[in-house]
Design a protein around this ligand. Structure first.
Ligand SMILES: CC(C)(COP(=O)(O)OP(=O)(O)OC[C@H]1O[C@@H](n2cnc3c(N)ncnc32)[C@H](O)[C@@H]1OP(=O)(O)O)[C@@H](O)C(=O)NCCC(=O)NCCS
Length: 421
């Protein structure tokens, strides 16, 4: 980094009136082409960053056009969790990254990334996750896409479950999003505990899901709607969030989230959503290629896939710790050579899995397979098989070794991440 730049962390106890808050929030507003942040927006940002114990990394500079030494680049990260099969374990969420256009391509992202990942590693956080605005930025930092989103369009008139597919009894009710507040934490945590590959929700997610904050409106949401499911004892056991899209040719609603730890409750929520009079089409961007919904329908063509893209990007910072947190559905042993330009996971490792529990130790043995750390991410949540990744030219090794790796890393049950970051 040039000498005029300095890496710093904006302390969470920076006084509310300090102009650094506004300058920091406006970096992201500028680079993501949004309106300048309002006083209410700054207050909300400050509160949920404090509640989540975020690390507000930044690069400051002074010079013409800048009022003193101010942030001109930000890298906002949150300690969170990921459930890789043995329950929620520490993970770092990289929330937002931005460098003002006047300072880009001078190594500021490089510097902020290295500082935040070093800190996470020092705090024994074995995995970092993010979602990417562009596909070509994060591979160099060891991140690879570990899951994919899928966009669905559902014809409500053709929607119906096959006979024998269980749909939970109990009751559904259309409620104000704020009604979810009392049960929201319990339900998102139960969902994460039940599903592999899921990232913990943040306080910002809570504000958005309960309608308290709508980033687009810069205030409480007027458009968010919710439907809740209750078990036979009247306890809430799932919810869905949606928004009407208006009266065009086919009246539409957009489903934003379906959160139910039990799949039968999830189906009951889908039945409620598709049963709304006048809504002919539901769009849902939060599905994944392994979503079982279409298969459970009488008419699988009631659901059309309209798009697929990368979802959670993952970076392994400590391979032995990450392996200890990952469930394996098959036992076996494999020697992997992992290339990692940043060094965190580099080396040759013996991975041993017994009873679904993995351990990983450095070894001098000849590797069975060779791959880069961002390629390992493709397999980590079971989204891709080793064979397909090897055919893409990303794993070296004999067919036999690649097949063994495929068996070892395969997950019987797919991921179902709901958190957004
Ligand atoms: C993307 C962004 C953060 C990069 O910041 P930067 O300080 O210019 O990046 P650096 O100069 O540190 O470059 C780091 C590396 O990433 C590469 N890189 C930077 N921006 C890139 C881009 N948009 N696409 C592909 N590669 C990129 C650089 O070439 C460099 O590679 P190298 O180290 O191998 O030479 C910045 O341009 C930005 O804020 N863009 C708009 C907002 C955005 O997209 N944020 C990311 C959200 S997920």
């Amino acid at each position: 980094m040039e000498q005029r730049y300095r890496y710093e962390v904006l302390p969470l106890d920076t006084p509310d009136g300090d102009p650094h808050w506004e300058a920091y929030a406006n970096i992201f507003r500028t680079v993501f082409l949004e309106d300048r942040v309002s006083p209410e927006g700054i207050a909300v940002f400050r509160q949920h960053r404090r509640d989540d114990q975020a690390v507000l990394g930044m690069v400051t500079a002074d010079g013409p056009g800048l009022e003193g030494r101010v942030p001109i680049a930000g890298f906002n990260a949150t300690p969170s969790t990921v459930n890789d099969g043995h329950g929620p374990r520490p993970a770092l969420i990289v929330n937002t990254v931005g460098v003002l256009p006047s300072h880009r391509r001078r190594g500021l992202l490089n510097e902020m990334m290295r500082r935040q990942l070093d800190l996470a590693r020092a705090e024994r956080i074995p995995i970092a996750v993010l979602t990417a605005s562009e596909a070509t930025i994060y591979g160099r930092f060891g991140f690879g896409p570990a899951s994919r989103w899928q966009s669905l369009e559902i014809d409500t008139g053709r929607f119906g479950f096959r006979a024998g597919v269980e749909v939970a009894g109990g009751a559904v009710e259309f409620v104000a999003p704020s009604f979810l507040g009392a049960d929201w934490d319990r339900l998102v945590e139960a969902h994460q505990a039940r599903h592999r590959g899921t990232v913990g929700h943040t306080k910002a997610d809570r504000l958005i899901d309960t309608g308290a904050w709508d980033p687009a409106a810069g205030g409480p949401s007027k458009t968010l709607r919710a439907v809740a499911h209750f078990d036979v004892d009247g306890s809430m056991d799932g919810f869905a969030l949606f928004r009407f899209k208006g009266w065009d040719e086919h009246p539409k609603a957009q489903v934003l989230k379906v959160c139910a730890p039990e799949i039968a409750v999830e189906r009951a929520l889908w039945r409620a959503l598709t049963g709304m009079d006048l809504v002919q089409t539901l769009v849902f961007h939060g599905s994944s290629p392994s979503d079982p919904l279409p298969l459970s329908l009488l008419d699988a063509r009631a659901v059309k896939v309209k798009g697929v893209g990368d979802s959670v990007w993952l970076r392994i910072l400590d391979l032995p710790d990450a392996v200890a947190g990952r469930a394996f559905d098959a036992d076996g042993e494999l020697v992997l050579q992992v290339d990692d330009a940043m060094g965190y996971a580099a080396g040759t490792w013996r991975l041993t899995v017994s009873g679904g529990v993995g351990s990983c130790l450095p070894t001098d043995s000849e590797p069975d397979v060779r791959l880069a750390v961002d390629t390992l991410a493709l397999l980590w949540h079971g989204d891709r098989g080793a064979g397909e990744v090897a055919r893409a030219g990303l794993i070296g090794g004999t067919d036999r070794a690649v097949a063994a790796m495929g068996r070892l890393f395969r997950w019987d049950e797919p991921t179902a991440n709901l958190a957004s970051f």
